[in-house]
Design a protein around this ligand. Structure first.
Ligand code: NDP
Length: 247
């Protein structure tokens, strides 16, 4: 079973990496179910996909709310008769030095980037273990495999989801449930992510860096597509995606 006809839930699908992935996967015959908070964006993307001949639906979803994520997963099953993949991609990056004590932003990152992923895992796990088939793909970051000044809490959430994906992979192999997992470690990708930075100095520095080296989210979408396209007995599970210009 390749990308064709797979039912795929995507969080953070209203822009950037999630939007690009939804469009590419749908173009290759997947049935995609988009979740995020901005309904007008989701509506427009679903219309684009359908106008291009693809199959898609959406549900307004806040990944910090377990019931929202459960409803998104339930909708995928009722709209398209099953579920093969969840792409846990929603995230924010309000980076700042720890000494600036943006504690509310720390908590928001933990709620969205870490607990949001756990909510996705909890919603699909009974389905995937029951059917002994399923794939969980999560957008970590290069900040999930190495440390960057200014990305203390962001990196902590991204290291955490990396660990989570690897442990689910190992436990699934032990339990014989055939659940595949993949972590994506993108570097500078030009999306709306930098809009979540409130620390002015950090925002300016990051914007200059992204303007100099950043690449489009299609680069990550192609990797998601590749991971989903693998045969059932193959788990390609870790991907770094750097702009060629980024050191
Ligand atoms: P965008 O800002 O374009 O996309 C972020 C997505 O997350 C949006 O669709 C947003 O939708 C959604 N989102 C944010 N909060 C919530 C929430 N509470 N519930 C549901 N959805 C939410 O940025 P990217 O595409 O770059 O980000 C996607 C992922 O990629 C993130 O996890 C990010 O950390 C990661 N990443 C990005 C990199 C980059 O350089 N761009 C590098 C490494 C990792 P809405 O606001 O409508 O809810």
């Amino acid at each position: 079973m390749t990308v064709q006809n797979k039912v795929i839930v995507i969080t953070g699908a209203s822009s950037g990496i999630g939007e690009a992935s939804a469009k590419l996967l749908a173009q290759h015959g997947a049935k995609v179910v988009l979740g995020a908070r901005r309904e007008s964006r989701l509506q427009a993307i679903v219309q684009d996909i359908q106008a291009a001949g693809g199959q898609a639906s959406y549900r307004v979803t806040d990944v910090t709310k377990p019931a929202d994520v459960q409803a998104l997963v339930d909708q995928a099953q009722s709209d398209f008769g099953g579920l093969d993949v969840i792409f846990n991609n929603a995230g924010i990056m309000p980076s700042s030095p720890i000494s600036a004590l943006h504690v509310d932003e720390w908590n928001a990152m933990i709620d969205i980037n870490l607990k949001g992923v756990l909510n996705g895992v909890a919603a699909v796990m009974p389905i995937f273990t029951g059917q002994k088939h399923g794939q969980i793909i999560t957008t970590s970051s290069v900040a999930g495999i190495k440390s960057f000044a200014g990305a203390g809490v962001y990196g902590a959430t991204k290291f955490a989801v990396r660990n989570l994906m690897e442990v689910i992979r190992m436990e699934s192999a032990q339990e014989g449930t055939n659940i595949r997992t993949a972590s994506l470690y993108p570097a500078a990708i030009n999306t709306e992510l930098l809009h979540t930075i409130t620390d002015q100095q950090t925002a300016t520095g990051m914007q200059q860096f992204y303007d100099a080296v950043g690449i489009t989210p299609d680069a990550v979408a192609r990797v998601v597509d590749f991971a989903v396209d693998q045969p059932e007995d193959v788990n390609v599970n870790e991907f770094t995606i750097y702009p060629t210009k980024q050191a």
